[in-house]
Design a protein around this ligand. Sequence first.
Ligand code: HEC
Length: 310
Amino acid sequence: MNLNSVLFTSLTLAGALVASAASAAPNWAASPAQPVTLFYPGQSSWEWALTTADHPGAEKFKGGKTCFACHNGDEKNMGDLMVTGKKNEASPISGKPGSIAAKVQFSHDADTLYVKLVFAEGAQPNSHMDPTYATKVTMLLNGGGVPEANRAGCWGACHDDSAGMPSAGGSNRTMYLGKTRLALSRAGGGDALKPAAALAPMKAGGYELEYWQAHLNPGAAAVAANGVIFDKRTESKPTDVTASASNAGGTWTVTLSRKLNAPGAIPIVAGKKYTVGFAIHAGHTAKRFHYVSFERSFALDQGAADFVVK
Ligand code: HEC
């Protein structure tokens, strides 16, 4: 390698470092962090929540009330109940904490949305379900086109027959959206999909969720992943989400970001309300053995939302 190419290489590297440092430093001070409690939901599915005989909130939810409106402040108690197997959990993990208290903060700059979660996961028994990652942090994003997620966040995609759920019958079915199925019963929607001619316009009309994820091990760089949930969960390759994380004394600080406009992704525009839900898999858990939040909303710059992101 001659000196010119060494110089060229280092200049290019310096440029790349400046560029990534600039986009990795949003103005967090502009939008305050807010508490979000993630709780252990056991096997409480969408179908369970909509069944009056199972869930006292079913009728009012169907009448228009949101999950969060009824349950705001209950999350810790709900998690403590279900994690022990006293309700909606057939195979509890001994010694697992019932909830995680997180601080969530959003920010954006000209072209990128950032979301930061700060939380201590507590003493997590190792479930050995995910051999690779100790912790996974997920945000589910709804551009408004999934009515069930507008009022129920993650529950819009959580069905009674997905892997590990009561009606799964050994299936490895992922999360999915109910209207992609020919019919939805108390046991979920099974595998019978509406015809392609019906599915395509639903998807084109925004009936789809997106997820952003950070895969974590203490002391190692975060690994980003993202994808969509429609008739199933599909990972996007390559990912258009960026993740960074640090762990100090057991407290994680995890930042996820993506361009406001990424090809094929939900466009994020000022003034519009988006619904999100958060999930944390801790203790090497996988699939349903996570903590989840009730739904929250955000809007860029202005609007009526839980988080107004400056
Ligand atoms: C009208 C108020 C209301 C709404 C809306 C509502 N719930 Fe509930 N939910 C309740 C009540 C009441 C209970 C029973 C609490 C108890 O037995 O102490 C409950 C229980 C639960 C439980 C079991 C844990 C526990 O503490 O008993 C879960 C899980 C749950 N709700 C999830 C949801 C989800 C998900 C939604 C939205 C799809 C939702 N709820 C909407 C009122 C509501």
